[in-house]
Design a protein around this ligand. Structure first.
Ligand code: FAD
Length: 367
C-alpha cells in the first residue's frame, strides 16, 4: 500500500515552503499527514529574495536586512511606511519546513484518480487527498518571449563604497544598448553589497555582458567577488489566472510560479506565493473552494500594457521608470506594484507616463 497523506507538497522551494509554514500555523492538526517531495537535497544559496512590506512576525523573523530609503539618480527618497527587505535562500530553507518531513526524490508523475492523487517518484508511489505543486509541467510552461535576466555579485570593497542606509532599486546610469537595463544595489554593510545587472529583453543577458556593465558601473572601485547568482524570470501574462477558484473536484493545485504567482511586469513572486499559500490553507480549513492566484482585471491589464511597451520599445524603459521614480512617491510605486492602489492613486501614476505610448498599447490590447 502506498503511503497516504492528507497533503503532499511537491517542490520544496519558495512556494512549497510557504505552504508548509501556513499549514503549521493555521492547521496544526494536519501535521503528521503532510509531507514534501523535493528533488534537490543540497538546496543552498541559489537565490536572494527581496520584497517589501509588511509588518508580519514570520517575515520579521526571516528578514536578514532591511532599508527604508531608495536612492534614485543621487537623490534619497523614503520608502516609508514600507521597508525593503532581503533574505538569502539558504537562510529561508534552513528556517522553514522544519516540522514537515521532506522526501528527497524526483517526482516523475502526478495523476488524480477519483478523489485521490497518485504521485510517482523513481523509487516510490504516494497517495494524497491534495497535492500542492510548484513543479513546472513541461507541456504547460509557456516558452518565454520576454524575460528579466540578471547576474548579481556579492562584493566586498576595500573601503566604504555605498551608503548602506539606502538601496538603489533601478539605477539606469549604465548604457542602455537598445534594451531596458539597470543596476540594482543592496548594500549589506559599508563595504559589502549585492550588485545586480538586470536586463528586460527577449533574450537573457550573458555573463560577459553583465560583467562588463558592472565594471563600467563600479569604475575605480576595488572589490573582490564573494558569491555570484544569476537567473532569468519569464515576464509573461500567459500564466495569469482567469478564474478565482479551482473546480471543487480538482485535487492537484498549482502554487508559486507555475500557478501565476509571479507578477508579469516585475518578476516579484516571493510574497505573492506566501499570500496565495495562506489563502489555500484557509480555504481547505473552511472546506471552501481553493483560490487561484486570480488578480483584479485592471492590474492584469496594466501589466500587459507595460510588457507590450517594453517589448516593442525597449529603449523607452529608462524614460518610463525614471519618470516614475522621479515624480511619484516611492511608497506609492510599491503600493501600486502590490496592486493595493485605488483609481485616484493609479491616476497619479499614469499621468507622469508617456501617454501616447500607453494609449496605443491599450488600443492594441483591447482590439
Ligand atoms: C535567482 C532568482 C532570484 C529571484 N529573486 C526574487 C526576488 O528578489 N523577489 C521575488 O519576489 N522573486 C524573486 N525570484 C522569483 C521567484 O520568487 C522565485 O523563482 C521562487 O523561487 C519561485 O518559487 P516556486 O516555489 O514557484 O519555485 P522554486 O522556488 O523554484 O521551487 C520549485 C522546487 O521544485 C523542485 N523540483 C522541480 N522539479 C522537481 C521534480 N520533478 N521533483 C521534485 N522536485 C522538483 C525544485 O528543485 C525547486 O526546489 C527570483 C528568482 C530567481 C531564479
Amino acid at each position: 500500500m502506498p503511503q497516504h497523506f492528507h497533503i503532499l507538497i511537491l517542490g520544496g522551494g519558495a512556494s512549497g515552503r510557504w505552504l508548509g509554514e501556513s499549514i503549521v500555523k493555521t492547521a496544526p492538526k494536519w501535521m503528521g499527514s503532510v509531507a514534501c517531495i523535493e528533488r534537490d537535497d543540497r538546496k543552498g544559496n541559489d537565490r536572494t529574495w527581496c520584497f517589501w512590506g509588511h509588518e508580519d512576525d514570520v517575515l520579521n523573523a526571516l528578514t536578514q536586512r532591511q532599508w527604508t530609503a531608495n536612492n534614485h539618480n543621487g537623490k534619497t527618497y523614503t520608502l516609508a511606511p514600507y521597508t525593503y527587505r532581503i533574505i538569502r535562500s539558504s537562510y529561508f530553507y534552513k528556517h522553514t519546513l522544519s516540522n514537515i518531513p521532506i522526501f528527497y526524490e524526483e517526482v516523475e508523475e502526478c495523476t488524480q484518480i477519483g478523489s485521490v492523487v497518485h504521485v510517482k517518484t523513481k523509487t516510490a508511489t504516494y497517495t494524497a487527498d491534495y497535492v500542492m505543486t510548484s513543479i513546472p509541467e513541461k507541456s504547460k510552461t509557456p516558452s518565454p518571449t520576454f524575460c528579466q535576466s540578471f547576474f548579481g555579485w556579492y562584493l566586498e570593497f576595500d573601503s566604504p563604497y555605498f551608503n548602506d542606509e539606502e538601496i538603489r532599486m533601478m539605477d539606469f546610469s549604465i548604457p542602455q544598448q537598445s534594451y531596458t537595463q539597470f543596476v540594482y544595489v543592496l548594500p549589506l554593510s559599508k563595504t559589502k553589497a549585492l550588485v545586480e545587472v538586470t536586463r528586460f529583453a527577449r533574450k537573457p543577458i550573458t555573463e560577459q555582458q553583465a560583467c562588463s556593465l558592472r565594471d563600467e558601473y563600479l569604475k575605480g572601485a576595488h572589490f573582490k567577488i564573494i558569491d555570484v547568482e544569476s537567473g532569468a524570470i519569464p515576464m509573461t501574462a500567459e500564466l495569469d489566472a482567469k478564474k478565482k477558484h479551482h473546480p471543487k473536484h480538482q485535487r492537484i493545485v498549482p502554487i508559486g510560479t507555475v500557478a501565476g504567482a509571479t507578477k508579469p511586469s516585475t518578476g516579484y513572486t516571493f510574497i505573492r506565493a506566501k499570500e496565495h499559500a495562506e489563502k489555500i490553507v484557509q480555504a481547505l480549513v473552511n472546506n471552501s473552494p481553493i483560490p487561484t492566484t486570480y488578480r483584479k482585471w485592471r492590474f492584469r491589464f496594466y501589466d500587459r500594457l507595460l510588457l507590450d511597451v517594453l517589448k516593442r520599445f525597449p529603449g523607452r524603459g529608462k524614460d518610463i521608470f525614471s519618470r516614475l521614480f522621479e515624480r511619484v512617491p516611492h511608497a506609492l510605486v510599491l503600493k501600486f506594484l502590490d496592486e493595493q492602489t485605488n483609481f485616484i492613486e493609479e491616476w497619479r501614476i499614469f499621468k507622469v507616463l508617456p501617454k501616447g505610448l500607453f494609449l496605443k498599447a491599450a488600443i492594441r490590447d483591447l482590439l
